[in-house]
Ligand binder design. Structure first.
Ligand code: S3P
Length: 175
């Protein structure tokens, strides 16, 4: 069971809907949420795509870890990670150190790819389907280390999924 003050981290592949589910969840739980990618973009004053394109993925990962440390020091109860953050050992250790509840939003590759393709956001690490699928497959073994798994299905919209999480993880009574 999640105690009321415990931080909750949402992870999962690009395009699965972490940010939207985090927004609904924060609304349902009446608490603050932070989206790590947006936090980085505000702090760095440039987009994630610009960081990766100009400085490379390795430098982006360092920036991501520095910002994760800052986010973990805030009062935000719901934190949506970027799709790669949870796959970095150091980040998982930081998250475990402060005893967060972690939730993997799991979906099929095709579902994520459809959202990546139709999204306005640029994702330099998912430039083509073959590369994105490879990343997706490589990362399953990390995502499944999260405490909870929720399957994103087409018949369940992101609000309904957030409600399901609120009821099952936070034991919130909703109707
Ligand atoms: C990444 C996912 C992105 C963003 C960056 C790298 C990844 O976030 O952090 O482009 O490595 O999976 P979303 O999962 O929100 O797209």
């Amino acid at each position: 069971m999640t105690s009321s003050g415990q931080r909750t981290i949402l992870t999962g592949f690009m395009g699965v809907g972490k940010s939207t589910v985090a927004r609904h969840l924060a609304h349902l739980l009446k608490c603050e949420k932070i989206d790590l990618d947006s936090f980085i973009e505000i702090n760095e004053k440039r987009t994630i795509a610009e960081i990766i394109q100009s400085e490379g993925e390795a430098r982006f990962r360092e920036i991501e870890t520095e910002n994760l440390q800052k986010v973990l020091q805030t009062q935000a109860r719901i934190i949506a990670l970027g799709g790669g953050a949870w796959t970095v050992d150091k980040n998982r250790k930081l998250i475990k150190q402060i005893n967060c509840t972690t939730i993997w939003l799991e979906s099929s590759f095709e579902h994520c790819w459809r959202n990546i393709k139709f999204s306005r956001r640029e994702r330099p690490l998912a430039k083509n389907k073959r590369r994105a699928r490879k990343l997706f497959e490589e990362r399953q073994r990390f995502y499944c280390l999260a405490d909870w798994h929720f399957i994103v299905k087409p018949e369940l919209n992101s609000y309904e999924l957030a409600k399901k999480i609120a009821e099952e993880v936070f034991l919130l009574k909703l109707h």
